[in-house]
Design a protein around this ligand. Structure first.
Ligand code: 4AD
Ligand code: MG
Length: 448
């Protein structure tokens, strides 16, 4: 079917074109019918004027239901007030597929209902805009690393070892043996960094998260760079340059989408290097101050948050409320580094200055989603690493190949992982990460 995309109408002013899409909305006024059609690239108003039209076509305009698929033919006119700035003087209209009782109407629906209808919800303008932003985030991620000479190395999804602890593994049977869906491509990335110097992997990762929070999915996409001879400080430099690039790219390429979702872009404009760097121990002091400050606030929300700050106590990982408090007190991402080694993964290198702490970093977004990046410097000494593997109760056999990387020319190296959905959640201001992936997978959600 010869058709013109709505996004390309600017190149066809004065010409007759056919648009193929779905009925978004319609209005009538006397002898005029306004047919709003969306085709995925935009929304266009086709205007039917009774005296100039075959009566059957005019009547057809009245019969259209929401989401009926149609073709409309007419001459393109520039018209500032129309959505997208162009209008079609309707000459012909044909129905491709009818749509009766489309479940998602312009009225408000509950989230449970919308999630049940995710396959249709994706057509709504807000969801459409968020997915377009996700697409640009992914393009920016690839461009950033590709332009700096990183090689993309795909890591396997079926794996024999755990990377991020054994409590969130999805297990499957693999020809009589146990296998797991990958929690992270990092271990393979480390092998690749020893072959290519600087690499990244980017793919779906899986965690059997039993927590029902707005930040957790069981299947999410993660991009992970890994660089040989890079230390923690350089890792943090890389993370902040990367985040700045992605955010600024979204600002420059997604203005229409950000407008649809009514995102306050002034908050994103601040996202420029350098980002604040806070030692874990200083973060604890900062949180204790915030806890006291929020407890005295007139704002009930802040008082509630105060009660949840530092629930985990010193020596533990930060909790969701801690991350929220750190995020909301800054206008750009905050890099919290050197957590207690005991709460972090087996592969982290201990800080030589104080081995109770790990050379790691979590980057916390200034609004909403909490941690967007986790990473750090890896243990490069074979005997120390073997000790940590045993300490974490992991099977030495499964890590034989990984330990080889310390046997044959081991070097200091570092990297990080960024969850695409958390990043998209932050830049779009989506309240829950379920809106940032086309078909979210969560504890009680594997359908549609
Ligand atoms: O902090 P995490 O667990 O780090 C790793 O997996 C490292 N192996 C990465 C590396 O150094 N190569 O996860 C990294 C990021 C988090 O900061 C978060 O953005 C995202 O992955 N993430 C999740 N996103 C959605 N749902 C979940 N359940 C997530 N778990 C982690
Ligand atoms: Mg983490």
């Amino acid at each position: 079917m010869k058709r013109t995309y709505i996004a390309d109408l600017k190149d066809h002013v004065g010409q007759e074109v056919t648009i193929a899409g779905w009925l978004y909305n319609k209005r009538s006024s006397g002898k005029v019918r306004f047919v709003l059609v969306r085709d995925g690239t935009g929304i266009c108003q086709a205007t039917a004027f009774k005296p100039e039209l075959d009566p059957a076509i005019f009547d057809l305009c009245d019969s259209l239901d929401q989401e009926t698929s149609i073709t409309v033919t007419g001459v393109v006119k520039a018209f500032e007030k129309a959505p997208g700035g162009f209008e079609l003087g309707l000459k012909n209209l044909a129905i491709v597929g009818v749509s009766k009782d489309y479940p998602i109407t312009p009225k408000e629906h509950g989230v449970a209902f919308l999630m049940e209808n995710r396959h249709l919800w994706l057509r709504s303008s807000r969801q459409h805009a968020i997915m377009r932003i996700r697409h640009q985030v992914i393009r920016a991620v690839r461009d950033f690393f590709d332009d700096q000479g990183f090689t993309l190395i795909d890591s396997p999804i079926l794996t024999a070892n755990a990377c991020e602890g054994t409590s969130t593994l999805f297990e499957t049977e693999y020809f009589g043996e146990k296998a797991y869906l990958s929690q992270s491509g990092q271990l393979y990335n480390e092998a690749a960094a020893m072959a290519f110097g600087k690499v990244y992997c980017f793919g779906p990762t899986f965690r059997a998260e039993k927590s029902k929070t707005r930040r957790h999915l069981t299947e999410f996409w993660m991009v992970e760079p890994e660089v040989a001879f890079m230390d923690l400080e350089e890792d943090m430099d890389l993370a902040e340059a990367f985040i700045e690039f992605v955010v600024q790219r979204v600002l420059s390429r997604c203005a229409p989408e950000l407008k649809v979702i009514e995102r306050d872009v002034t908050k994103l404009a601040n996202v420029k290097r350098p980002f604040p760097r806070l030692r874990y121990s200083d973060a604890m002091t900062f949180l204790a101050e915030k806890k006291a400050e929020f407890a005295k606030s007139d704002d009930e929300e802040l008082r509630k948050l105060s009660a949840d700050i530092l629930k985990n106590g010193p020596g533990d990982d930060l909790g969701a409320a801690d991350e929220t408090a750190i995020g909301m007190s800054h206008d750009r991402p905050v890099m919290v580094h050197r957590y207690p080694a005991a709460v972090k993964a087996f592969y982290m290198k201990n800080d030589p200055a104080d081995p109770n702490f790990a050379l790691c970093v979590d980057v916390i977004a200034p609004e909403g989603v909490g941690e967007i990046i986790g990473g750090g410097q890896r243990e490069e000494d074979l005997s120390v690493l073997e000790g940590k593997i045993a300490q974490h109760g992991l099977s030495g056999d499964a890590f034989k190949w990984y330990n080889d990387l310390r046997r044959y020319g081991s070097v200091p190296h570092s990297g990080f992982g960024m969850g695409i959905e958390r990043m998209v959640g932050w830049v779009t201001g989506a309240h829950h990460v379920r809106e940032t992936i086309p078909f979210p997978r969560m504890m009680e959600k594997i359908w549609p």
